[in-house]
Write a protein that binds this ligand. Structure first.
Ligand code: FES
Length: 137
C-alpha cells in the first residue's frame, strides 16, 4: 500500500483508490456528486469514506468499520444513514451512532491534499459529533 509521505505534515498519508493508486481531488470531484460517499484506502490501508460536496470533499473522513464487531458499514443513500448489515447498527450522515448494538460512532480522520492528491491524517482532537475525546486514538 501507499507508504507514509515524508514531510506530508501531521502524519498525512495519500489515500488510494480500489487499486491503491493516489487520486487527485480534481478527478474525485469530477467523478462524484454532492453527498456521495465512497471508500478509499486510508490510514494504515483501512477503508475510509470520503464525503463529497458540490466542488470538494468534506474535511473529515469516516472509518467504515462498525464499532460493534467490525463489519464494513455500507452507506444507505435513501435512508441518509450508514446501516450495518450484520446486526442492524445505524450511524447518521456524519458517522455518529444512532442505533445499537454499536457502542461508539465511526472513527474520524482529517482529509487534506498533498500536491493535489487526496490524503488523510489522524484525528486526535475532540470528536465534534460527541464532544468527547476520540476513542480510536
Ligand atoms: Fe455492525 Fe454488529 S458488526 S452491528
Amino acid at each position: 500500500f501507499v507508504p507514509p509521505v515524508a514531510g506530508g505534515g501531521g502524519g498525512a498519508q495519500l489515500a488510494g483508490d480500489v487499486d491503491g493508486n493516489p487520486v487527485t481531488l480534481e478527478a474525485w470531484v469530477k467523478g462524484h456528486k454532492d453527498n456521495d460517499r465512497e471508500l478509499v484506502q486510508g490510514l494504515k490501508g483501512e477503508p475510509f469514506y470520503l464525503i463529497s460536496t458540490p466542488d470538494n470533499i468534506k474535511d473529515f473522513a469516516l472509518l467504515s468499520v462498525c464499532t460493534h464487531l467490525g463489519c464494513v458499514v455500507p452507506w444507505n443513500k435513501a435512508a441518509n444513514k450508514f446501516c450495518c448489515p450484520c446486526h442492524g447498527s445505524q450511524y447518521d450522515e456524519n458517522g455518529k451512532v444512532v442505533r445499537g448494538p454499536a457502542p461508539l460512532s465511526l472513527a474520524l480522520a482529517h482529509t487534506t491534499t498533498i500536491e493535489g492528491k487526496l490524503a488523510l491524517s489522524p484525528w486526535t482532537e475532540q470528536d465534534f459529533r460527541t464532544g468527547l475525546d476520540p476513542w480510536w486514538k
